[in-house]
Design a protein around this ligand. Structure first.
Ligand SMILES: NC(=O)c1ccc[n+]([C@@H]2O[C@H](COP(=O)([O-])OP(=O)(O)OC[C@H]3O[C@@H](n4cnc5c(N)ncnc54)[C@H](OP(=O)(O)O)[C@@H]3O)[C@@H](O)[C@H]2O)c1
Length: 251
């Protein structure tokens, strides 16, 4: 079977987006056969927030709708690991698996993506109470802070946040980075939800700059396409032309 796995849902514009992901992955490996591919994917409100803190009791924001959630799981299936930062592990207790019937569409040779957690300094393991440990231990990669997403033997990683990881990946791909610890991306899959999550004190911003950052360091994205899926907007983008991601990277 051709790698990465082509995944289609039989619906537009989802299949156009999935074909775009696939063709960008193939082009990347033609140029850099050894370099791990990274798709950065997250959902944000109209004011660029990915969560609120604290959340109202019992609430978990659903920024994606049914179609963008399904699309996200189909894109997950075209990667061999789905990664989050330790903060997201603690906040959301995610499974990082392929669901919503996508796995059932895949050919028998397909293997579900592993789950990767980017660990903080001074932490070697995930808590044994988390669902990833209890339900997906055999498929779990606990990645040390300094290793980024490389050196795992994984060829395609879907990086799903949270805020500090997104900030590091955006900075890492923009070249203005200082402490990104090996994070970057090749393709951004951004879902925009038609709501505002609110002020700086409660809304968790997808990207956080430092007061001392020069304006020239603002991360930029080259738009590839933009589609409406019911009430969500999906944006596909690439790092700027000058990105270190576009130089040969053999990590
Ligand atoms: N809307 C969405 O699509 C979406 C998706 C995912 C998460 N979220 C939300 O994001 C929030 C969590 O974000 P967060 O900022 O608290 O946590 P985070 O970004 O998920 O994780 C930060 C943790 O990861 C560690 N880490 C390891 N390698 C890193 C690297 N290269 N760069 C940055 N951090 C690295 C950090 O270690 P150190 O402490 O050593 O720096 C830190 O402990 C939650 O509210 C969650 O719901 C939203």
């Amino acid at each position: 079977m051709e790698y990465p796995w082509p995944v289609l849902l039989g619906r537009e514009p989802e299949d156009t987006i999935l074909r775009q992901v696939h063709s960008h992955q193939l082009a990347h490996w033609q140029q850099q056969p050894q370099a791990p591919w990274v798709t950065l994917s997250f959902a944000a409100s109209l004011d660029g927030k990915i969560d609120t803190r604290p959340r109202p009791v019992g609430a978990q924001w659903r920024l994606s709708n049914a179609r963008t959630m399904l699309l996200t799981h189909a894109v997950r299936a075209a990667h061999d690991a789905v990664a989050v930062g330790y903060g997201t592990l603690l906040a959301d207790d995610p499974l990082l698996s392929v669901r919503y019937g996508v796995a059932e569409r895949m050919p028998p040779e397909w293997r579900p993506p592993k789950a990767m957690v980017l660990l903080p300094h001074n932490v070697q393991r995930v808590p044994e109470t988390c669902r990833l440990w209890r339900e997906r231990r055999a498929a779990l990669i606990e990645q040390p802070r300094t290793a980024g997403v490389a050196h795992t033997g994984v060829r395609a990683v879907m990086l799903e946040g949270g805020a500090r990881v997104i900030t590091a990946a955006l900075q890492g791909a923009s070249g203005g980075a200082k402490d990104t610890a090996g994070l970057y991306y090749h393709l951004l899959l951004l879902t925009i939800s038609p709501c505002w999550l609110g002020s700086d004190t409660t809304g968790v911003a997808a990207y956080t700059s430092r007061a001392t950052d020069p304006l020239s360091d603002v991360p930029r994205v080259r738009p590839i396409g933009c589609w409406t899926l019911d009430d969500n907007v999906v944006i596909l983008g690439a790092p700027p032309e000058t990105s270190p991601t576009n130089a040969t990277r053999e990590e």
